[in-house]
Design a protein around this ligand. Structure first.
Ligand code: S3P
Length: 180
């Protein structure tokens, strides 16, 4: 299978939508490289996203996120998973919308809650009512994900392999990928 027209795929969506897990599987199936903006930021700074939020604050993290997105979005043959808040800045949305095929992974709240039950790493999830927080984020960010997305995939608790089959057949139907 081969990706048509676009050199890279960008995965957008909220926390715990499966961007990393599904991104890795998708990259493997399409013969592309997988990268993750959060992971690249951590590699570059040598500290976790949580520590960056604590030491520098969210705006500084967003600056780092924009910078890494600007750089990686030029790299061809990539499946790039982006952080849940990467769509917040208009300049990031412009990059996403114009430099690749954007897939929006849209999970239901129950799936997000289940997957993050033991999460101690994500700074925004600590000490909040997670259900209310996920709902609030969905209200404010869903239109932003929709704005940049070429394809929207509903994500639930189905196993990753099953989700990939759903995604691939969707991409094939819409002629984003060709059987080679
Ligand atoms: C964030 C999502 C996180 C990470 C940071 C902020 C957000 O990425 O970038 O904690 O604002 O939704 P994941 O979506 O990969 O969890």
């Amino acid at each position: 299978m081969e990706l048509r027209q676009h050199a890279s795929i960008f995965l957008v969506g909220p926390m715990a939508s499966g961007k990393t897990t599904l991104g890795k599987l998708l990259a493997k199936r399409l013969g592309l490289q997988f990268l993750d903006t959060d992971h690249e930021i951590e590699k570059k700074t040598g500290v976790s996203v949580r520590v960056i939020f604590e030491m520098e604050g969210e705006p500084a993290f967003r600056d780092r996120e924009s910078k890494i997105l600007e750089t990686l979005s030029h790299q061809p043959s990539l499946v790039l998973a982006t952080g849940g808040g990467a769509v917040l800045r208009p300049e990031n949305r412009q990059i996403l919308a114009t430099r690749g095929l954007v897939i929006y992974l849209k999970p239901d709240i129950e799936t997000q809650l289940k997957r993050t039950a033991d999460d101690r790493k994500r700074p925004l999830l600590q000490n909040v009512d997670r259900r209310a927080f996920f709902q609030a984020l969905q209200r404010t960010r869903d239109p932003l994900y929709q704005e940049v997305a070429d394809v929207t995939v509903s994500v639930d608790n189905r196993p990753g392999k099953k989700m990939i089959e759903v995604m691939l057949s969707m991409l094939q139907r819409q002629e984003w990928i060709t059987e080679e």
